[in-house]
Structure formats: C-alpha cells, structure tokens
Design a protein around this ligand. Structure first.
Ligand code: C2E
Ligand code: MG
Ligand code: MG
Length: 565
C-alpha cells in the first residue's frame, strides 16, 4: 500500500476485496477500534452488517493456538517494524464448524513512524486448507486403515538409525508382518470382507504396540513395525509373538460370523549394521518369506545364513546371465526305455550348467531362480531348439524312430508365445513334430487351466506331443485329465521308489497305469533304480521307464555311442 495516497488505496482495496468475496478490516489505532465489513459477519455465519469492535474483541474470535502468531505479527506492524501482515488462522463458524481464514493487511504510518491505521482483507481459505490436509494425510497415511504408510515407517527407521551411531547404543528391530491367506478371504467373501479384516488387524496391531513403536501398513497384506529399545533378538521375537497372537484372534465380521487369519513375521535387527532403512525392511521381508515357506504362522529372524543365501542368489543370477551368453549351458540326455524289451525309445533332455568355478551345477540350483527372474524364457527356447536339433540328427543318422522329451517351465507356458516358438523350431530343425514331447508339470495346470488348455491344443495341432511330468505329486484330480490333450503321464519317482519297498504309495503307481490305459495314454515311470522296480512296473503293463537302473543322463557323445550299440 502506498502511504502517499492512503485513501485512494483503501478504496481500491475495498473494491477488489468485494470482488474477491473477501472481508475488509480496518484498525484505527489511535481510536482503538476495528471496522469490519458486512462480509466478516457473513463468513462467520452471523448477520448484521458492518461492525465496529475493540481490537481484542475481534482478535479473540481467532483460535487460541493461532492467536499468538497473529498478535505478534500485528504488533510488529503497529510498531512500524514491518509493513505487511499475512497470516492464516482459524475461527469458529456460528454453525459449529471451523473456518480457515487468511488475514492480510498493511499499515499506514503516522508522523512518529508508528502505525496509525492497519487495514486489509480476510479471505476464507477453508476449502484449500482441507485439500492440503487431505493431500498431507494421503502422503503419509494408509487410506484404508489410517495407519502410517511405508514412507513414514522408513523415515522413522532412518531416525532410529541416526540416533544409534555408537556401537554400545541399544538395538532396535524392524518387523514385517504378512497376513497368511488374506487372498482366501477376498476370494471367498469379497474384497469388502478383506478390507474389514485388514482394518481389524491394523487396529489390533496399533493397540498392542508399545508407546514409541511405529506400526505402518507397507503393502496390501503386510504391516511393518519399528520396535525401539530391544535388548536383543529374543525380546523382539517375544514382542512379535504377542502381536501375531493378537492378529490370530477371531475377527467378527459385519455380516455375522468370524474369520481367523494368521500372520507370518520376519525380523531384522539393527546391530547387523544397516545404513539404509530400505535395506532393513527388505531383509525383514526376506525373513518373512522364509517364515511363510516354513509353514506359515511363524517368525523368522534375518541372520547371516539368510544374508548369505540372498547374496549367493544374486551372484548366481548374474553368473547365470553371463553363463547363458558364454554358452556354459548344455544338455544331457537320459534314455527312456521300453520296459518290454529294454530298447531305447527316446531321451529326456536335461539342462546342465558348466560353471567356470563351481563346476557342473544341477538344474535344482538354477532353474527355480531362472523361473523367478524370467531367464527361463531364454533358457527354455534354447533347450527346445538344441534338443530338437539333436533328436533330428539322431533320427537321421540311426534311422530309428526316437523321441525327445523337453521340459517346459510354467513361465514359458504363461508368458512365452510357445506355439510360435515351436513353429520356429520345427521349421529350423526339420524335425518330425511327433518326435517332440513337451514335459509340463502337473501343478501348472491349476494356475490358469483355460489358458493352458488352449495352448496345449495349439501345440497338439502341430503334431507335437505332451507329457505330464511328476504326475501324482500335484493336487491330482484325475477327473480333469480329459480336459487336456496329453499323450503321456510320467509317474513321479517317489511312487516308483515305493514299488520296490512294499510302501502303500506303490498303489498310486498302479492306479496311474490303470488310468492311463483307460484314457489310452502312454506311461513313463521315472527314477527307476532297481530290478525289483522294473519287474513291478512291467507287471503293471507300464510302457516306458527312465532311471539310473538303465542309464544316468549322458553327454550327447555318450548317448550317441549307446545308440550305436
Ligand atoms: P524332471 O523333469 O522330473 O527330471 C527328472 C530328474 O530325475 C532329473 O534330474 C534326472 O536326472 C533325475 N533322475 C533320473 N533318473 C533318476 C533315478 O534313477 N533316481 C533319481 N533319484 N533321480 C533320477 P535333474 O536333471 O537334476 O533335473 C531336475 C529337474 O530340473 C527336472 O525334473 C526338471 O523339472 C528340471 N529341468 C531339467 N532340465 C530342464 C530344462 O531344460 N527346462 C526346464 N524348465 N526344467 C528343467
Ligand atoms: Mg522332466
Ligand atoms: Mg519328473
């Protein structure tokens, strides 16, 4: 405001204010009164036109928490130590709600330099403040449970780390609690029921936590807890057991009835020497995954063994990538034998990794990892092409009607364009389609039955055959078999083993062979190691056998030599 033409300025201000729906205040300092425009009363929900009140009477309308700052700003203005005021403050609306107001003003100084008149506008900024508060809440709070979110937890863990720079400082723990089978609740009772369970669990965790500890929701069905002041892992475990026990209490559902969920938890302790909060949360998560793998409703502490495993997996993954580039993967071929006459009917291709340092690495040590990381897609394409090329060559060279079984992983079935990959391989190698058998593990069929059935039909249309591997180990429902166009069942070796030892599970081998006969399918018994097993399986009219009794997996050269004999 320009002090040389104060009257003009005030009028212009008043006009602008009216346009902006602001109220106007005008404090005549020597007179000790404040003029307030009619809009002031309207804002506060009382009517009655322009008012004139004592400054204190006006100021006392403002929220007591906001008043000291407002007063201080006005004092500075009055003493000529500043020339503007701009403050946000709350007032009570006559209807009982709270308004946020922005008070702006400027002073006109008298000859002594002190303010003679202070005036300005008052703007209702309630709507904007509500939006800001909401945004602030959203940034730090989980909308469903009202708990702090992952960002808040990480921040608090970071603070806890900062407070403990000296080695003899106490420890703290980060606990990750995952609900077991929440998706089961969602599937069976709908997502609203799942939300109810989550809110109930959040409430219990928050109530059971110790003062100073933080409970946050960090993922859909996961809660993170920062536990401060634990002497050691044992006390963190005890505290976690208490939390988990609270979670496992039955939860009353709005529609009646109760639901019980259990929790698996992983703990990371600060004395392991973390420098990043995210690392600590990650390790608690790894421990939780192990807890779940060990049978749920368990608690695991992240320790050196777990760290070593995590590290070695990382190393293995990058080694495997490099190994794939350098051609360290190769295939071995295990003969599949006709039980009737002992002749070789075909081979199963089994991948091996010739690691420059570790030597030959068995598939059990890298196929699961390759599946997790997606590398299996490249490995699978390569294995399919290489094994097809090999069987085409052997068929040409020996003139025998050999087949080749090739293992296909779940991810290839779900993600790769497997029908097109097969077309490509058939075109590139010129192999007879009927000479190829893709081995699929039975458990795969449960994840996406329709997609699997479609893909399997597409593969069968090309004349390529399909085999169900490890049959009998999944949740075998024999009745679904007719849905899938399979040619062969491979009896898992655990049932074959049982045949030699009088184990009752030998009955399963019998049932599978009977079933296969009824459905007109081939049967291969895997993992045959003894004469006794051969005799038993022959008695069942099982067609084919595979196992160390006949031959271990062989290099291509050794397999070729065997074919010549
Ligand atoms: P699988 O497909 O069930 O393969 C049979 C496994 O049994 C092979 O283990 C084989 O060496 C082993 N075996 C054969 N005869 C006997 C026996 O008489 N006794 C015993 N105890 N074992 C026997 P391997 O080669 O270690 O392969 C393990 C698994 O790795 C395979 O099980 C298969 O699921 C997977 N795999 C192997 N190669 C590939 C591949 O190229 N792609 C994919 N996706 N998986 C593969
Ligand atoms: Mg197999
Ligand atoms: Mg198998």
């Amino acid at each position: 405001m320009n002090a040389r033409t104060p009257q003009d300025e005030l009028e212009r201000y008043a006009l602008a204010a009216r346009g902006a729906n602001d109220a106007i205040w005008d404090w005549r300092v020597p007179e000790g009164v404040v003029h307030l425009s009619a809009r002031w009363g309207e804002m506060l929900g009382s009517r009655g036109g322009e008012t004139v009140v004592a400054p204190d009477a006006w100021l006392e309308r403002f929220h007591k928490d906001d008043l000291p700052a407002l007063r201080a700003a006005l004092d500075l203005l009055r003493q000529g130590d500043s020339d503007r005021v701009e403050r946000e403050a709350r007032v009570a609306h006559a209807g009982g709600s709270e308004l946020w107001l922005l008070v702006r003003g400027a002073a006109i100084a008298g000859a002594d330099g002190q303010a003679r008149r202070i005036s300005g506008t008052i703007t209702d900024i309630t709507a904007r403040k509500r939006l800001e508060e909401q945004a602030l809440r959203d940034a730090f709070q989980d909308g469903l449970t009202g708990l702090p979110n992952r960002a808040v937890l990480l921040d608090r863990v970071g603070q806890a780390m900062d407070r403990r720079r000296r080695p003899d400082d106490g420890q703290f723990a980060v606990v990750l609690i995952g609900l077991d089978r929440l998706s089961g609740v969602n599937d069976a009772m709908g997502p609203a029921a799942g939300d109810h369970v989550l809110r109930a669990v959040a409430g219990r965790l928050d109530e059971a936590r110790r003062v100073g500890d933080t409970v946050a929701r960090v993922a859909a069905d996961q809660f993170g807890v920062l536990m401060d002041g634990n002497a050691d892992a044992t006390s963190a475990i005890t505290a976690t057991e208490r939390l988990a026990a609270g979670v496992a209490e039955p939860i009353a559902m709005p529609g009646g009835g109760t639901v019980t969920v259990t929790a698996s938890a992983g703990i990371a302790m600060s004395n392991t020497g973390y420098t990043s909060p995210a690392d600590m949360l990650r390790d608690a998560g790894l421990a939780m995954v192990r807890a779940k793998a060990h049978g749920r409703a368990r608690i695991e502490v992240f320790d050196d063994a777990l760290r070593e495993r995590a590290l070695s997996r990382l190393r293995t993954e990058s080694d495997l990538r490099a190994g794939l580039e350098r051609g360290e993967l190769h295939l071995q071929y295990q003969p599949i034998v006709r039980l009737a006459d002992g002749g070789i009917a075909g081979f199963e291709a089994l991948v091996r990794w010739r690691h420059p340092v570790r030597g030959t690495v068995p598939p059990s040590e890298f196929v699961p990892l390759a599946e997790e990381t997606g590398l299996i897609l490249r490995i699978g394409r390569w294995a399919l092409a290489e094994a097809s090329r090999q069987v085409a060559a052997w068929r040409r060279e020996t003139g025998r009607d050999l087949f080749m079984s090739i293992n296909v992983s779940g991810r290839q079935l779900q993600e790769d364009d497997l029908a097109r990959v097969v077309d490509q391989v058939l075109a590139d190698t010129g192999v007879e389609p009927a000479a190829l058998k893709l081995e699929i593990t039975e458990s795969l069929l449960h994840s996406d039955p329709e997609h699997c059935a479609r893909l399997m039909h597409a593969i069968r249309e090309r004349g390529v055959r399909l085999s169900l591997d490890d049959f009998g180990t999944g949740f075998s429902s024999l009745s679904y078999l007719h849905r899938y166009p399979v040619d062969t069942l491979k009896i898992d070796r655990s049932f074959v083993r049982a045949t030699g030892s009088g184990d009752r599970r030998a009955e399963i081998a019998r049932i599978i062979t009977m079933l296969a006969a009824a459905l007109d399918l081939d049967v291969v018994a895997e993992g045959i190691e003894s004469e006794l097993e051969v005799a038993f399986l022959r008695g069942l009219h099982c067609h084919y056998g595979q196992g160390y009794f006949f031959s271990p997996p062989l290099s291509p050269e050794a397999a070729a030599a065997l074919l010549e004999r």
